[in-house]
Write a protein that binds this ligand. Structure first.
Ligand code: UD1
Ligand code: CA
Length: 481
């Protein structure tokens, strides 16, 4: 799932992607095409399909919330994509006309599609565009056949099966038309010359009073230009108009992404949710309910068990994430083991073979190779060397109420359970910190730091306490427990 532009065949084709609409049915302050599925905005998928198809010139028509949409497109795709502006949203035909104004004059072929159809892939664009190359004077469009065509433009054919029109849901003229299951997924290809003439001819004579891109079909028919349909599989079709369709599209995208990595040799449970930008190596096992987000890279032979959430993190080969580990913006080297229930916060660096166990929280901390913190600890702002053992209940006291301070623990150190390490402080290589110590000053290499109160045993004292408690209870008349 990478962006590749290496396809010479569509060098002379401009892809025009319409993304200026408001998306009223989303009920949102955000532009529809910036709503995300599988970790990327809808518009990303349309642009990538165009680039992957090999279109050298890609123009995105922006309008509603154009600053936000344009900012995203520029950040993500840089100079690979140009922008055109449709200032007033007067319909898809008007949007396409706004886009035409920006088309590279050298390009003679145009393919137009929508920014709200994220399941369309490069092959679909290529199918329609290559058909155009074979028959340059025709209008080419994709069609799909659905069990439930509700909401889509219907493909109207005459008695000889030629396409004569596309009729929008709101403009259907009869129940026969409503029952037509062949619909318009919205990919059109023709010559620049054809689009110029066809778009100039559009009239807003429809239920919405808009200029419909779909009416270029009627123009072609009136001008005796053949209309060629290319039938596409139904799984590419899904125009996202509301949040129900957004969820549907995301579900389909997740299963498409999982299948992609399965084909590369990963075992992925159904129900795992893997973002589009994630990479997964061979022989990984991804358990149920696992969520892999953002720019996460999983090496090979990694096992990620039930319910882990991994965000923007690199996991090295043969590492193991036990159930319900949450990790973000961090790096894990090979053979490491995390979890169950570890919370690895940003800028953590887990070394080769290191172990982080249950209820251990880390932040901005480096754990050297082979070091372990197996139970119940907070390791914030720390540098830990190799083969160091951090006992249960250890806390790096990194915050003085104003600033964060660094804890440095060198290699081969043993930190006894329930120790507080008050930063800034350094514990030298090979040192021991006795259980229950509050470390407030540096510990030299190979020293023992012990800072707890000496234990005293008072023989028989327990019975005296019990008697005192009993008499206190009697005199106050307190209720038994
Ligand atoms: C459109 C098609 C319909 C097709 C369906 C497929 C038309 C008239 N209808 O309907 O036949 O079955 O897509 O999903 O084309 N846009 C603009 N400027 C505008 C209006 C829309 O740029 O003035 C953009 C939108 O941002 C969107 C795309 O065009 O990305 C489609 O617009 P939308 O209103 O969603 O069209 P549909 O009603 O879904
Ligand atoms: Ca739509």
């Amino acid at each position: 799932m990478t962006i590749s532009t290496a396809n010479k065949q569509l060098d002379k084709t401009t892809a025009l992607i319409l993304a200026a609409g408001q998306g009223t049915r989303m009920q949102s302050e955000t532009s529809k095409v910036l709503h995300e599925i599988a970790g990327r905005p809808l518009i990303y998928y349309s642009i990538r399909a165009a680039l992957d198809a090999g279109c050298k010139d890609v123009v995105v028509v922006v309008g509603h919330a154009k600053e936000q949409v344009a900012r995203y497109v520029v950040e993500m795709f840089g100079e690979q994509v140009r922008m055109a502006v449709q200032s007033i949203q007067k319909g898809t035909g008007d949007a396409a006309a706004a886009g035409l104004a920006a088309v590279d004059g050298d390009n003679k072929n145009i393919v137009v599609f929508y920014g709200d159809a994220p399941l369309i892939v490069a092959d679909n664009i290529r199918a329609v565009t290559l058909a155009l190359e074979a028959a340059p004077s025709s209008l080419h469009l994709a069609t799909c056949t659905l069990d439930d065509p509700t909401g889509y433009g219907r493909i109207i054919r005459n008695s000889t099966s030629s396409i004569v029109a596309i009729r929008e849901q709101r403009d259907l003229r009869s129940s026969e038309e409503a029952n037509i299951r062949e619909i318009n997924p919205g990919i059109y290809a023709a010559s620049l010359e054809f689009f110029r003439a066809a778009l100039a001819s559009l009239k807003p004579t429809n239920a919405q009073g808009e200029l419909y891109l779909t009416d270029i079909v009627t123009f072609a028919v009136a001008n005796h230009q053949p209309v060629v349909s290319i039938s596409l599989p139904t799984d590419v079709l899904l125009g996202v108009n509301d949040r129900v369709q957004l969820a549907d599209a995301e579900g389909k995208m997740f299963s498409r992404i999982a299948n992609h990595w399965r084909r590369f040799g990963a075992t992925i449970s159904t129900g795992a949710m893997i973002d589009d930008a994630v990479r997964i190596g061979r022989d990984c096992v991804i358990g149920p309910g696992v969520i892999l987000r953002g720019e996460t890279v999983i090496g090979s032979q990694v096992r990620i068990d039930v319910g882990c959430v991994v965000t923007n993190t690199k996991i090295g080969d043969a590492s193991l994430l036990k159930p319900y580990t949450v990790i973000g913006n961090s790096i894990v080297d090979k053979y490491a083991q995390l979890g169950p229930f570890s919370h690895i916060r940003p800028d953590t660096n887990i070394g080769e073979g290191a172990h982080i166990g249950n209820f251990v929280e880390t932040k901005k901390t480096t754990m050297g190779a082979g070091s372990k913190a197996n139970h119940l600890a907070y390791l914030g702002d720390g540098i830990v060397g190799e083969r160091t053992n951090i006992g249960a209940g250890t806390i790096f006291c990194n915050y003085d109420g104003t600033r964060k301070h660094l804890t440095t623990i060198e290699s081969d150190v043993f930190i006894g359970s329930d120790s507080q390490i008050v930063a800034p402080v350094r514990i030298g290589a090979g040192a021991y910190v006795a259980t229950g110590t509050t470390v407030v000053k540096d510990v030299p290499a190979d020293a023992l730091a012990i800072g707890r109160v000496r234990q005293e045993n008072k023989e028989g004292y327990a019975e005296r306490i019990r008697q005192r408690n009993r008499s206190a209870k009697g005199s106050s008349g307190a209720q038994g427990q």
